[in-house]
Design a protein around this ligand. Structure first.
Ligand code: IPM
Ligand code: MG
Length: 362
């Protein structure tokens, strides 16, 4: 199969981790006789430096014209003082909205090899951590009106959180469909004791539940959910929630699995052109040192193969190779803690080890 992939390396550790994912994709292409071609697109701080804009239309067009997009990370202290609507993160929001990828899928699954890296007590980890956060990605307070103005002699700011029934319904359906393919438990997370958007959210979820009688729907307030994720993560199968709650809960969920560096994500809309990125940031403090963990990006590439290109066998190979390398004791710095006889790998060594493990498979 031939596929065109737009590649956004971005800032900080972005270029290093993306390189490793491309190495892995090349090994897969070779093994299965596919042709992946790559089109570089600039977004984030590097695009601000080059074009004075975190995502110029011509760069977004490259992504819209590809079969899928692989993204490293954007942002860094260098661009902290630029105005809000020109920040690197604005490029990220614009590409999500521009591609219409309303559904962000963030798995929180513990690798048995990394159980000792989890900050939770072993008796909690042993019960299992394997759930998915389905986060609404192009609505809510991230995309409402933001403004700062003078009122009564002081500055006042406003960020509007807004959701329509149809926006809630389309992400709700993804939640139900995702649960249907798994353990059939969907937890809808909101703040309906305070927010109107949450009360609307809850009512739409319950209306949809009638169409999915095989899925067990529960409701949870977001503050309680934050607590339950560390107290009893085994209770969760699929969590569906709005944009900002999903942002916060997915960082928390990643941490209990050992390291945020391990977690991939997919973002999809109506078509198959998806945006695939690790959930961590650009980590400018460790950029250029060859110590970043590329696994979140490598696993994001695997998700691209699975969800956008319908290549499940190829995706399985990558995931199995990551498991093999971890079982052999190889660790990047972020997942080094716990366990004996562990071997240290840099970012590029980790990529090579994963490639070698794929080549060694039948
Ligand atoms: C994420 C990130 C982004 C978000 C930032 C960088 C804008 O934290 O993908 O979770 O808040 O969505
Ligand atoms: Mg986040």
């Amino acid at each position: 199969m031939e596929k065109k992939i737009a590649v956004i390396r971005g800032d900080g550790i972005g270029p290093e981790i993306v390189n490793e994912a491309l190495k892995v994709l090349d090994v897969i292409a070779e093994k299965y006789g596919h042709r992946f071609s790559y089109v570089d697109a600039d977004m984030g701080g590097c695009a601000i430096d080059k074009y004075g804009d975190p995502l110029p239309q011509h760069e977004l067009d490259k992504c819209l014209g590809a079969d899928s997009v692989l993204l490293g990370a954007v942002g860094g202290p260098k661009w902290d003082s630029v105005p809000g609507n020109m920040r690197p993160e604005k490029g990220l929001l614009r590409i999500r909205a521009g591609m219409g990828v309303y559904s962000n899928n963030r798995p929180a699954k513990i690798w048995k090899q990394l159980a000792s890296a989890s900050p939770l007590k072993p008796e909690i980890v042993e019960k299992g951590i394997d759930f998915i956060i389905v986060r609404e990605l192009i609505g809510g307070v991230y995309f409402g009106e933001h403004k700062t103005f003078e009122d009564g002699g002081e500055k006042v700011s406003e960020d509007v959180m807004r959701y329509s029934e149809s926006e809630i319904e389309r992400i709700g359906r993804i939640g139900f469909e995702t649960a249907r393919k798994r353990r059939k438990k969907l937890c809808s997370v909101e703040k309906s004791n305070v927010l109107d958007t949450s009360r609307l959210w809850k009512s739409v979820m319950h209306r949809l539940a009638e169409e999915y009688p095989d899925v067990e729907l529960s409701d949870m307030l977001v503050d309680n959910c934050a607590m339950q994720i560390v107290k009893n993560p085994a209770q969760f199968d699929v969590i569906v929630t709005e944009n900002m709650f999903g942002d916060i809960l997915s960082d928390e969920a990643s941490m209990i699995t050992g390291s945020i560096g391990m977690i991939p994500s997919s973002s999809l809309g109506a078509g198959t052109n998806g945006l695939y990125e690790p959930i961590h940031g650009s980590a400018p403090d460790i950029a250029g040192k060859n110590i970043a963990n590329p696994i979140g990006t490598v696993l994001s590439a695997a998700m691209m193969l699975r969800y956008s290109f319908d290549m499940p066998k190829e995706a399985d190979d990558i995931e199995e190779a990551v498991g093999k390398v971890l079982s052999d004791g190889w660790r990047t710095a972020d997942i080094m803690s716990g366990g004996e006889g562990l071997k240290s790998a840099g970012c590029s060594e980790m990529g090579d080890l994963i490639c070698d493990a794929i080549k060694a498979m039948k």
